[in-house]
Design a protein around this ligand. Sequence first.
Ligand SMILES: C[S@@+](CC[C@H](N)C(=O)[O-])C[C@H]1O[C@@H](n2cnc3c(N)ncnc32)[C@H](O)[C@@H]1O
Length: 216
Amino acid sequence: MNPDARSDASGWDRRFSLEAYAYGEEPNAWLAERILDLKPHGLALFPADGEGRNAVWAAGLGWQANVFDLSVEGKGKCERLAMRHGVSVKYEVDDLVARGFENPVYDLIACSWFHTPSAIRKKHMPRMLNALKPNGHFIMEGYHTTQMPLTSGGPKSLDLLFDLDELIGELTGPFAPKMKVLVAEVVTTVLNESDLHRGEARVVRIHLVRADGNQR
Ligand SMILES: C[S@@+](CC[C@H](N)C(=O)[O-])C[C@H]1O[C@@H](n2cnc3c(N)ncnc32)[C@H](O)[C@@H]1O
């Protein structure tokens, strides 16, 4: 697969065009747990935040929350959620593969369930970390490869699921700035986000900190 090929938003737009929030309106529990410990509340990027639940929640805490995601429908849902919570979120409809991450401006980058084909992931997820300030945090949760037989959500393709060693190798590899690993684990958890994400699940949880000021 060409790692620079643009991604198709139509499936996500269909999913997000329904009235209900596909993954609920509350933030992802792992992201929330880690983000609650971070101070001060600076500038945060929520890549692939879909309907904006993580960004809206963080904005409510005082973070200046930015999102990029493929989905126009997701943007509309995020704006409505933000309005209901009396906060504002800057949401750009954009593709990971096309986006520039040259400027180290974010105190926090956090994403949940951001699964992309491995060719794209290997190059572009680590590239995203260049947008962190020195000491900026990267927090993510995604489905592990052992999620395959389970029915609590996630893509049914091994290529889209995360292997922990491979992922950490990528996020600390040549496309990324220097990162210190605070948490990198595979856990069995019980999800209760929505009908799509409910029940026992196998997930990877990552928390990294940018350990240098230099871009590669
Ligand atoms: C499973 S949803 C998760 C949404 C959100 N993070 C949450 O937990 O509620 C995956 C999201 O990834 C987005 N996405 C997938 N590939 C992307 C890409 N290449 N660039 C930007 N967003 C992408 C989709 O549009 C979708 O919103």
